[in-house]
Design a protein around this ligand. Structure first.
Ligand SMILES: Cc1ncc(COP(=O)(O)O)c(C=O)c1O
Length: 347
């Protein structure tokens, strides 16, 4: 069996034909296909509009700028997530306020969030980690502007509505490992036309005569063509993810092992299939020897970056969480090989 990577994009003949058509057209930079990709994503989520950008990080950065977040403003984020969120806050010279996580869902702990809010909290960035919606209804009800981070959750629902439809803004990533991918890429979606206009203006520096600071965060038509093809396949991608997760759940339950939780008022798209095990280091090493890329799902908790303590659930998740390969391009034989390997190591 060939090595099994932790992620692999599902690129088919449709994406190759779409990319070739863009190359033949000569319109390879931001153009009509970017507009079509924006409209398609906004319509899927049920929002008025969207602005495509060069990455999820760029989407977070422009989202915070559009909310006029600047020096000294506090922005709450979970401590168990990638550094992209922390960086976007730092780009704005704002102050990150880290929140511990719920040990069951790995998402932001709402009680801990409430304890850490102050009069200076100007926004909360809420990731729906691993494809499972956070307690977004309760968080939005706190009355602080919410940026939903849907980098890992495109297509998942909370109380029947898509994640991304609850916050004042929602951001997406189309990095190569994501639910749909364009290599690199991102999007910001919203109801509010004035926020979208501000973000659209900040994305492109050219042709503006007021001398204000702007960025080059544009997506290209080449990437948008990939994104449009991938978006059409989203239901199939999610179906395949759920089918593999069902197989993993069945096998782990048979062995008396815990499976990822999913509260009844939301659904999971299994962007990552994350289990808890006290044998994390041993499994990482056993996988490395076998050519199966198990991973820690978060590289390093953010409170480590900031030299903070007081995040016991994040600390425990960092020590115990293991992400098992799960993606639409993972074949049945690979799924069986993974299950067979885990059964042998964990018996
Ligand atoms: C939850 C979350 N937010 C934001 C990002 C940043 O996206 P990008 O890598 O496209 O900048 C990621 C990427 O890994 C992510 O997982």
């Amino acid at each position: 069996m060939k090595a099994i990577p932790h992620s692999r994009p599902a690129i088919g003949s449709e994406e190759i034909a779409a990319a070739a058509a863009v190359l033949e057209s000569g319109q390879i930079s931001q153009g009509e296909r970017v507009c079509q990709f924006e409209a398609a994503l906004a319509s899927l989520i049920g929002l008025n509009g969207a602005v495509a950008v060069s990455s999820g990080t760029a989407a977070l950065h422009l989202g915070l700028l559009a909310l006029e977040i600047g020096e000294g403003d506090e922005v709450a984020i979970p401590s168990f997530v990638c550094t992209a969120l922390l960086n976007a806050i730092r780009y704005c010279r704002a102050v990150p306020v880290l929140v511990d996580i719920d040990p069951e869902t790995f998402n932001m702990d709402v009680q801990d969030l409430k304890r850490r809010l102050t009069a200076r909290t100007k926004a909360i960035i809420v990731p729906h980690l691993f494809g499972l919606p956070a307690d977004i209804g309760e968080i939005v009800a706190l009355g602080v502007p919410v940026v939903e981070d849907c980098a890992q959750s495109l297509g998942s629902r909370y109380r029947a509505a898509y994640t991304g439809s609850f916050g004042v803004l929602s951001v997406f990533s189309f990095y190569a490992t994501k639910v749909i991918c364009t290599g690199e890429g991102g999007m910001i979606a919203a109801h509010d036309a004035s926020l979208l206009a501000r973000i659209r203006d900040l994305r492109d520096y050219d042709g503006k005569d007021d001398g204000a600071l702007r960025y080059n965060y544009k997506l290209t038509d080449l990437q948008a063509a990939l994104g449009l093809s991938q978006l059409r396949k989203l239901p199939d991608f999610i179906g395949r993810r759920r089918a593999i997760a069902g197989k993993y759940d069945g096998s782990f339950r048979e062995q008396g092992l815990p499976v990822p939780c999913c509260p009844g008022d939301r659904d999971h798209i299994y962007y990552r299939y994350v289990i808890r095990t006290e044998r994390q280091a041993e499994l990482l090493e056993a996988g490395r020897k076998e050519g199966i890329a198990y991973r820690r799902p978060v590289f390093r908790p953010l409170h480590h970056d900031l030299g903070l303590t007081g995040y016991p659930q994040t600390e425990r998740a960092f020590r115990e969480c293991l992400s098992i390969p799960l993606y639409p391009a993972l074949g049945d034989a690979e799924v069986d090989a993974i299950l067979c390997h885990l059964r042998a190591v964990l018996k």
